[in-house]
Ligand binder design. Structure first.
Ligand SMILES: [Zn+2]
Length: 582
């Protein structure tokens, strides 16, 4: 009978005696076909039936209908004289484990569901598919899953991940050749790595980040293995080094980026940008041409734009106060750690402020191109003509001029420019509720200038020179002209980056010598760090192995961790990360 094949696992000595399709699901009666059964204690074959009973099992659903199995089971008498057992139930290993409430294949399916998507979503999915199960049961199944035996990898990648950010970290080990995670540990100490490598001998290549913990653990656990420092972290260290150099060069940063800005067409506020209010917003030019330090927000207040400017002014002056306080404390000889604690600032911020000879301005945003740009002349003309109804203007733009942007873009532009566009016709009847006194200044264009922060400049300096835009190239040029220190650091940094990208280890020793002779403290401390980890850095400059895919595995781990809402413990996270659905 064909339908039997759906309910009886291949090779099982079972027979279907009835199948009933009810609205609640499918009910199947099965019985065993063998004449005898083997006693589980003495393994002798038994013939005499002692009694009968029924086992109820849940099975894989059929077309999303739950399937219940009524299994007719016999209890046999063991006649072996020396056997301690008198009766036993006949086993049906192909169908289900002893005492189990679900068939083996249903259990395997539900367990995989738990490993793939977790308890709660797994339970919802299972219910929809007709194999309802509670989230707790799913997690229990996942926890009891047998662990796959993994061969020790030849190339091992090690990275850490946050179990509780800033507090508890774990270690992920990845086979770089099969791209599979091999283990997960609840700690990121040297001991963890050492112990793992000692119990898994045969690892030849280890890629790792630049932390001393993993370096030490790897050297102790597998002294013969070749360690490869992560190239991404090396480049990151170079960028951080450059940023520290630039932090001490605020003046050069300001001058360089001002001079590098392309000559603006319109009335540009001269010289004021050096330390003036953040640019990028239309503001009436100050009468004297130069603005003094934190200029008060322009008198035309209450417009959303001016409020934003005011807020940004406030932020800037708060930041400047902090800067002054840090400098003052540092001048009194207070340490960085103590300043950070006293002013509730991060140590990095304090460090930057101490290094910065001048107040480090935040970067200003370059005005972004907007879908509205081509229509601005038209909008200006409309405002001048007295039409300032944003809704109407938007409709017009869309229907007659082919504008494809949002309505919000138009309303914001109108709100910002309504009061600065001169109205030629003072007799125009005021529009309802929108009477704003017309200002006399013409519409100022936001200056196409941006000020680079040390951080942004550092990013520019590590970019491939051939990928820089003309304007960015000019900024770097000016920066190097202004500060010879930056030029030296830039050249050496680019040489190092080149070595990393092109995997050239030969020029490395010469580079180290020149860098430590450069006289730049930040560069020298970078060299000291590299020297300490030299073998691994040299390997990074020559070996094809990289820690990149481990980062990818860490991302997968984070995704799984977050999907567990922090409810499940480490053991389950470990199971799910190491589990691979086939
Ligand atoms: Zn027996």
């Amino acid at each position: 009978m064909f339908i039997e094949k759906l309910f009886i696992p291949v090779g099982a000595a079972l027979q279907m005696t009835a199948a009933d399709f009810t609205p609640e699901g499918v009910l199947v009666d099965l019985r065993t076909t063998a004449q005898t059964a083997d006693c589980p204690t003495c393994a002798m074959s038994a013939h005499r039936v002692h009694s009968h009973y029924q086992r109820r099992l849940a099975d894989l659903p059929l077309a999303q209908m739950p399937v219940r199995v009524h299994l007719h089971i016999r209890r046999f008498r063991c006649d072996t004289f020396t056997c301690g057992r008198t009766t036993f139930s006949e086993p049906v290993p192909k169908l289900a484990a002893p005492y189990a409430r679900r068939t083996a294949r249903l259990r395997a399916e539900q367990r995989q569901l738990a490993l793939d998507v977790g308890g709660e979503p797994g339970a919802r999915l299972a219910r929809r598919q007709g194999m309802g199960v509670s989230p707790d049961t799913l997690l229990r199944l996942a926890r009891r899953a047998p662990e796959a035996v993994r061969p020790t990898p030849r190339c091992l990648g090690i990275d850490d991940f946050a179990l509780r950010k800033g507090q508890v970290y774990g270690t992920l080990l990845v086979d770089l050749e099969t791209h599979q995670p091999v283990d997960l540990r609840e700690d990121r100490s040297a001991e963890v790595v050492e112990q793992w490598l000692q119990t898994h001998p045969g690892v030849a290549i280890i890629t790792r980040d630049r932390s001393t913990a993993y370096a030490d653990g790897a050297s102790r656990g597998a002294p013969d293995a070749c360690q490869v420092a992560d190239r991404f972290h090396l480049l990151q260290n170079v960028r951080e080094m450059l940023q520290r150099v630039l932090d001490g060069q605020q003046e050069a940063l300001v001058v360089a980026t001002r001079d590098a800005a392309p000559a603006s067409t319109d009335q540009q506020v001269p010289a004021a940008e050096t330390v003036g209010p953040p640019q990028g917003a239309p503001a009436p030019a100050p009468p004297g041409g130069t603005a003094s330090l934190p200029a008060p927000a322009p008198a035309v207040s209450a417009s959303p734009l001016c409020t934003a400017m005011q807020r940004s002014q406030e932020r800037r002056s708060r930041r400047q106060e902090r800067y002054t306080a840090v400098r003052a404390l540092h001048a009194q000889g207070v340490g960085i750690r103590a300043i950070a604690a006293q002013l509730h600032l991060s140590r990095n911020t304090v460090r930057r402020f101490v290094a910065a000879s001048q107040f480090p301005e935040r970067a200003t945003k370059r005005p972004q191109p907007s879908k509205l740009d081509p229509f601005i002349p038209h909008l200006e003309a409309q405002l001048v003509a007295g039409q300032d109804n944003a809704m109407q203007l938007w409709r017009e733009l869309r229907e007659q001029h082919g504008y494809r942007g949002s309505r919000g873009l138009v309303s914001r532009w109108v709100a910002q420019h309504r009061h600065v566009v001169p109205l030629p016709d003072p007799n125009r009847p005021p529009q309802r509720g929108r009477g704003r006194p017309p200002a006399s200044s013409p519409s100022p264009k936001p200056p196409a200038q941006r000020r680079l922060s040390a951080r942004q400049a550092a990013w520019l300096l590590v970019r491939r020179p051939e990928k820089l835009k003309q304007e960015e190239e000019r900024s770097i040029e000016r920066l190097c002209q202004q500060a010879p220190t930056v030029e030296v650091a830039y050249d050496l940094a680019q040489e190092f980056i080149q070595m990393v990208r092109e995997r050239q280890a030969e020029p490395f020793d010469g580079w180290l010598q020149r860098a430590s002779a450069s006289g730049i403290a930040e560069l020298q401390s970078f060299v000291v760090g590299v020297e300490r980890d030299k073998a691994a850095v040299v390997a990074a400059l020559s070996s094809p192995y990289s820690n990149g895919q481990v980062e990818g595995q860490v991302n997968r781990l984070k995704l799984i961790k977050r999907s567990m809402y922090g409810r499940a413990k480490f053991d389950l996270l470990r199971r799910r990360v190491l589990a691979r659905s086939s």
